[in-house]
Design a protein around this ligand. Structure first.
Ligand SMILES: [Zn+2]
Length: 54
């Protein structure tokens, strides 16, 4: 069974699924994604008022 409670993010380098992690125990959702294949790490700001759609 695949846990799909959280959206999977794919690595921009190798397009494989990344491991979601929380930088803060209180975070409602993971904000850091690590690729175990190439070591790429992506951090997402939990709430950025200036963040647009892109
Ligand atoms: Zn990767």
């Amino acid at each position: 069974m695949t846990d799909q409670r959280i959206p999977l993010k794919t690595c921009p380098v190798c397009s494989l699924a990344m491991v979601a992690e929380k930088s803060n125990e209180d975070a409602p959702r993971p904000d850091t994604f690590s690729c175990l294949h190439c070591g790429c790490v992506i951090s997402i700001a939990p709430s950025d008022p200036d963040a647009g759609d892109d």
